[in-house]
Design a protein around this ligand. Sequence first.
Ligand code: UDP
Length: 316
Amino acid sequence: MQTFLIAGGAGFIGSHLCEKLLNDGSKIICVDNLITGSRNNIEAFKNNSNFIFIKYDITQNLKLPDEIDGIFHLASPASPNKKSPRSYITYPIETLLANSIGTYNLLNLAKEKRARFVYASSSEVYGNPSVSPQDESYFGNVSPNGIRSVYDEGKRFGEAMTMAYFRKYDLDTRIMRIFNTYGDRMQKDDGRVVSNFINQAIKDRPITVYGNGSQTRSFCFIDDLIDGITRLMISDKAKGQFLNLGNPDEYTIIEMANIIKNLTKSNSEIVFEQLPEDDPLKRKPDIGKAIKLLGFAPKVALAEGLKKTIEYFKHN
Ligand code: UDP
């Protein structure tokens, strides 16, 4: 039986990863400081004898007696919406530290345990990209001190630190740049576009499009992303690699507002609010590397994934 440590395991993506690996028969040590994650997300696993939860902040050095085969570092606030109590704008210092000192601590743990290490980086390392789609050779267009820099530069530092451990200690590291992902267990007050629009639409409240809605994002359903993350950990070909994970299906934000309005049969009006500072104008992953290396292939169409997500929010 394999043992995995999932830092950020009580978050949206982390909790789905816990579930998938428990179902595959692995033992999970879930670590989370719960500033943006939630106990509700892991409630279903608490009686599973293969699941251990430790409320812990990864910026503190972590000592564990157990054997560990792999570590996933997903522990970071991730929403850019300053109106959300859970965003990285609300937790700027925590975000920088989770991705710097937190990454350093988890890399040292991986070195001590001879474990594989998967770091959750982000499409945000590309900033407001001047090329589209973005492939892994693009260095990005990031403000070093703008409002989003705590996350963008945090992720860029985390990548640099991870690659340093790969190069200096030959540690078995892998980096995934996660693009926009949606699905059940997103926090209602996360401030992300999908959760905001669905919750506004099902309550017939105004759907808030920021800017004129011509900016684009490409949306991946959670089950597809989890498949990619799992493949990245178990592949014997991915040591020292960094790659995009997401769905290249690209939509403007105004299209997204209309799709969600139609799927929920909502009476909401669409209103326009100020575009946040440094909001990227386009984002679309080139996933050629993940396809070739991992056999990754997102399968869930947007309408299908949104219907499942809408059902989740209607019942929660
Ligand atoms: N957005 C929007 N209305 C909202 C929330 C977000 O128009 O209520 C826009 C946001 O400005 C951005 C896009 O939707 O252009 C995606 O935002 P999100 O916060 O989901 O994540 P990002 O991709 O910017 O990290």
